[in-house]
Design a protein around this ligand. Structure first.
Ligand SMILES: [Mg+2]
Length: 301
């Protein structure tokens, strides 16, 4: 259903779908990212108010990172009910901690009464070179920062579906970090990028569709930590499926021409390649089309 709403908005407002909006002022792009999170969809009961605050900032900053923008300012609108009032101070401290971490300034805020906690954030940043999801080139290699799967496993634990989890898995979900420095470097070197907020399989499809290319991904190249594999095996899950569908990872999925690879001085994995055609294919023992799975808002309703 989220897809239909975006397509509807695209028809009415006539815009290209990217991680964030932007316009040029002189020689520089002003980049603006919105992200709305709500208690029932995004905050498992075990998440502390401070962790909620941190996450709200990271979610919108990650979209700036995916555009190659340097975050500078932050603003929010908050909906809350009376029962949420006691957590507000801690929540704001979480927001402040993240703003200090990303070196951003608080700009403005608005609060209103609502049936549940809703936090809508706006992160503003600047970019000299824009990194778009619509610019992947045939012949590029497909890469991803960091590792995938820990958020999905954490969610299973925080929702009470599994009883035990290692701290090393949980920490990424409790305190995710947007890949700002990597985004700034990629803006000069990569052809396209998108952040993994809704799961790798969905982001791969968005990247391939907006760029009008085909993407092939090798199953065994997807970066999955040992502890995630072990967690999956002991809970009867397929680690590849978990990595493909894990949302809120805030890693950057990007494509870059092979000759620029050696200039990338941060941790990343090469997982596939861009070719002529359309769609996304996963190559394992056999090759299969990879449809956009992952987390889509409204999908379960
Ligand atoms: Mg995004």
């Amino acid at each position: 259903m989220e897809r239909e709403i975006i397509d509807f908005a695209k028809r009415i407002f006539k815009f290209e779908e990217e991680d964030a909006g932007f316009f040029k002022i002189g020689n520089i792009y002003l980049v603006i990212a919105n992200d709305m999170l709500s208690r029932s969809s995004d905050f498992p009961p075990k998440l502390s108010p401070k962790q909620i605050g941190w996450k709200v900032v990271t979610a919108s900053v990650s979209d700036l990172a995916a555009m190659g923008a340097k975050p500078t300012h932050f603003s929010y609108s908050m909906g809350l009910n009376r029962a949420d009032i006691p957590i507000i101070e801690e929540l704001m401290k979480g927001i402040k901690e993240a703003l200090d971490f990303y070196n951003m300034e608080f700009l403005s805020g608005d609060t209103n009464e609502a049936p549940e906690l809703i936090l809508d954030s706006v992160a503003i940043g600047f970019a000299e070179n824009l990194l778009l999801r619509s610019n992947a080139k045939v012949g590029d290699v497909v890469c991803i920062t960091g590792d995938l799967g820990r958020s999905y496993c954490s969610l299973l634990y925080l929702l009470g579906r599994v009883e035990e989890i290692e701290e090393k898995i949980l920490e990424k979900f409790l305190k995710p970090v947007a890949r700002v420095d990597e985004g700034l470097k990629l803006a000069k070197l990569a052809n396209s990028a998108i952040d993994v907020s809704d799961g790798l399989s969905k982001e791969l499809n968005l990247l391939a569709n907006s760029s009008g290319v085909m993407i092939k991904v090798y199953e065994d190249k997807i970066p999955i930590r040992e502890e995630v594999s072990e967690f999956c095996i002991s809970n009867d899950l397929n680690p590849i499926d978990v990595a493909l569908n894990s949302g809120e990872e805030y890693e950057l999925l990007f494509t870059v021409s092979k000759d620029k690879l050696k200039e990338l001085d941060f941790e990343f994995s090469i997982i596939g390649e861009v070719s002529k055609g359309k769609g996304v294919f996963l190559i394992g023992k056999e090759t299969r089309p990879l449809l956009p799975g992952g987390w889509e808002h409204f999908s379960s309703r």
